[in-house]
Design a protein around this ligand. Structure first.
Ligand code: MEV
Length: 418
């Protein structure tokens, strides 16, 4: 099984046995994967407030991904049918070359809002004069991240006009290494802010990171050969992309399809997917809301797909350490850094977008969706063996009738015909 081809044909238990061997998962890790209650109530109770239970979602692995020459099995957590299958299909169609990807250094921006400064020109002058001192003080709050090779990279200030008068905005660039960075940045901001107003006056208001992580972008690229996807496939994707590039109503859904994949990996790996969403959509809006992906035809007539977006994600800290499943997800994914995680996420986003465009512009997506839906209905109707499920699913699909009653009647007939 190269890169676990045929993975989808196995049942969940067989898949688990296979990855158990491939990733040398410990007995405890296998138990966590088997047991949906891996996140204990007591751990959950320490994560957020007012906890009464934990919530479970399907955890799947997307295969066929080759990124920068390395094979990946990518954990995805989500409730929507077809997304994992679509990612696997798009990745398979990119083989043998697969994707190339690169990511910026993990630099996040943090902002301190200072209000009530009358002479902002003079404040700016004082800020520049005291900059070295402010940096020294800020560094005392960055000791931990410096130990990991990160730290403060830049410090600047600008003045904004607002509905509440002038805002003096201090901005720090911080290399947060393999963390998402929210805690690192916010600690620095809250720590240093009182010293800044001692130098320049004013009242401290917001001290928070920006999710528009423009200094932490990731890019991915892939060529889908026309021999594999057909000339009409190439043209179809290009037409679908043209619509997204010209119309915000389509563009919203286009980018949603990208985030289907990106968020699913984010959730599996314990990342803050709302931060990822906020960053992605604000980035898409920088010059009017635009697609996060780009498609063109090369001179051979193949389809070249690419993606660029900021991805504020980490492999350490936050929920990653507390949720045992996230740790296993990262182990299976096998990434060595937050940058590598971001690369895998970008490739999945691009794969999902391509698969959606290919399906939407040719056969449509309902066929695939309904197939899974039919399978669910077959099980709800009582089909219990793989043969029964397959037979009922097939009849529902053929008749385009997905009602539970029809599924029950079909199941009776299937059982009667044996
Ligand atoms: C559904 O979750 C995602 C799609 O709507 C994306 C798209 O239209 O490109 C299929």
């Amino acid at each position: 099984m190269t890169n676990l081809s045929g993975f989808y044909k196995l049942n969940a238990e067989e898949r688990l046995n296979l990855i158990k061997k491939k990733y040398s998962l410990s007995k405890e890790e296998v138990e966590i994967l088997k047991n949906t209650g891996a996140l204990s109530i007591s751990t959950a109770d320490r994560m957020i407030e007012n906890v009464v239970s934990t919530f479970h979602l399907p955890f799947a692995l997307a295969n066929n991904f080759v990124i920068n020459g390395k094979e990946y099995l990518i954990p995805m957590v989500l409730e929507e049918p077809s997304v994992v299958a679509a990612a696997c299909k798009a990745a398979k169609l990119s083989l043998p070359a697969g994707f190339t990807s690169d990511a910026d250094e993990p630099v996040m921006i943090g902002q301190i809002q200072i209000m009530g400064i009358k002479d902002t020109e003079n404040a700016k002058k004082m800020f520049e004069e005291k900059k070295a001192e402010i940096l020294q003080i800020a560094k005392t709050y960055a000791v931990q991240i410096e130990k990991f090779g990160g730290g403060i990279k830049a410090l600047n200030a600008r003045v904004l006009e607002s509905i509440r008068g002038k805002i003096f905005l201090v901005e720090f660039d911080v290399d947060v290494r393999d963390a998402m960075g929210a805690n690192t940045i916010n600690t620095i901001l809250e720590g240093v802010a009182p010293s800044i107003i001692q130098f320049i006056g004013g009242t401290i208001r917001l001290r928070i990171l920006s999710n528009l992580a423009v200094k932490r972008k990731v890019r991915a690229k892939v060529i889908w050969k026309k021999e594999l996807i057909g000339e009409d496939g190439v043209e179809g994707v290009l037409d679908g992309y043209a619509l997204a590039a010209s119309d915000i109503f389509r563009c919203s859904t286009h980018n949603k399809g990208i985030m289907n994949g990106i968020d699913a990996v984010g959730i599996a790996t314990g990342n803050d997917w709302r931060a990822v969403e906020a960053g992605a959509h604000s980035y898409a809006s920088l010059n009017g809301y635009k697609p996060l992906t780009h498609y063109e035809k090369n001179k051979e007539g193949d389809l070249v797909g690419s993606i660029e977006l900021p991805l504020p994600v980490g492999t350490i800290g936050g929920a990653i350490n507390t949720n045992p499943l996230s740790k296993i997800a990262l182990k299976i994914l096998g990434v060595k850094s937050a940058r590598e995680l971001a690369m895998a996420m970008a490739c999945v986003g691009l794969a999902n977008n391509f698969a959606a465009l290919l399906a939407l512009s040719t056969t449509g997506i309902q066929k695939g969706h309904m197939k899974l839906h039919a399978k669910n209905i077959a099980v709800l109707a009582g089909a219990s063996t793989p043969e029964e499920i397959d037979s009922v699913t097939e009849v529902l699909g053929e008749n385009k009738n997905f009602s539970l009653d029809f599924a029950k009647q079909t199941l009776e007939k299937v059982r009667g015909s044996k």
